[in-house]
Design a protein around this ligand. Structure first.
Ligand code: UD1
Length: 333
């Protein structure tokens, strides 16, 4: 899809859930890729077809060396901690790992003459937008340190680009779900909190039941509504962003979602259909910090990148998530 520049793409966090899916697509597209990951939450065997350098993205000497030795012209920056409640309990870890490390990475990129950056941002930068729908120009108002740590990184990217540094695309992910349709890689995170993962674990008996956090929201069935995007579509958005930047595209921020939402109960029903029996669940009070509804305005990414979703189908998302969870269970993981 993308015209390789013959130079190398550094993927930080490429052993993690989303990063590893992007690495796979880049390699399949004939790109040269090197991964930098400290394996704190990622997995060595998730990196397929690329060299893995084990280390932290905040390590400036290491990053400078990797950029130089691999002749890197593009950085895709995924490495981050991403668990909202953890960010509330330990904010400095998030500002250190997500914000300060990004600052160090940017310093190295500028120094090494990196031309473009694709950055993993998040819908958490919006906080609780009015009407539950966020456009890229909706005011940002994060309600947790995770969202703030990513927003500060966006600001650094903006300012560094304005000062002659690399151009960038910041992709604001909504709720990423599903796994590689070919079943090679997936979401292996231990103690996961994301709904699809937890629901699949409950379906397979790895957890006794799924807690539904809040049934009294002002939504059609009372449970939280989110815009679930299949990781394969999200990964492809990164390749489209790369093509855009290589074509000289201006720095920009793009929502990554399908533009419509599903409730927790709808997600559970889809996992139940994929599994062939209902997911055991229990109704619980609202989880602190959860917006009732969060859905992307999803036109800008289509207009800017020409990106078109292929898996805008909740049942497909549930099937690929469950298939991966079964594979993990069979491997005793
Ligand atoms: C949040 C962040 C997102 C981040 C993600 C990973 C916001 C707005 N979004 O997504 O940027 O990448 O966390 O930490 O902060 N639910 C249950 N039971 C469960 C788990 C979830 O009912 O066991 C419900 C939640 O209440 C919510 C929906 O499922 O309504 C999705 O939750 P989750 O998968 O945790 O993602 P978000 O919190 O939306």
């Amino acid at each position: 899809m993308s015209q390789s520049s013959g130079r190398t793409i550094l993927v930080t966090g490429g052993a993690g859930y989303i990063g590893s899916h992007v690495v796979l697509q880049l390699v399949e597209a004939g790109e040269r890729v090197v991964v930098l990951d400290d394996l704190s939450t990622g997995f060595r065997d998730a990196v397929i077809g690329a060299e893995l350098v084990v280390g932290n993205v905040g390590d400036q000497a290491l990053v400078a060396r990797v950029l130089r030795e691999h002749d890197v012209d593009t950085v895709m920056h995924f490495a981050a901690r991403t668990i909202v409640p953890e960010s509330v309990a330990d904010p400095l870890r998030y500002y250190g790992n997500n914000t300060c490390a990004t600052r160090n990475l940017l310093a190295c990129c500028k120094e090494a003459g990196v031309e473009q950056i694709v950055f993993s941002s998040t819908a958490a930068v919006y906080g609780i937008p009015e009407g539950g729908r966020a456009r890229e120009d909706t005011p940002t108002a994060p309600i947790n340190p995770y969202g703030t740590s990513k927003l500060m990184s966006e600001w650094m990217l903006r300012d560094v680009a304005a000062a002659g540094g690399p151009r960038y695309v910041a992709l604001r992910y909504f709720n990423v779900a599903g796994c590689d349709p070919a079943g090679r890689i997936g979401q292996s995170t231990k103690n996961a909190t994301l709904l699809l993962k937890v629901a699949c674990e409950a379906a397979l008996g790895k957890r006794p039941r799924l807690p539904i956090f809040g049934t009294d929201y002002d939504t059609p069935d009372g449970t939280g509504v989110r815009d679930y995007i299949h990781v394969d579509d999200l990964a492809r958005a990164h390749l489209e962003a790369l093509k855009y930047l290589r074509g000289g595209g201006a720095s920009t921020i793009l929502n990554c979602g399908y533009g419509h939402g599903y409730s927790v109960r709808e997600v559970l029903a889809a996992v139940g259909r994929a599994h062939g029996s209902p997911v055991p669940c229990v109704e619980e009070p609202r989880r602190a910090g959860d917006p009732p509804s969060l859905v992307a305005a999803a036109d800008k990414i289509r207009d800017t990148l020409g990106w078109q979703p292929r898996h805008d189908d909740l049942d497909f998302i549930a099937r690929t998530s469950l298939a991966w969870e079964r594979k993990l269970a069979a491997a005793g993981r």
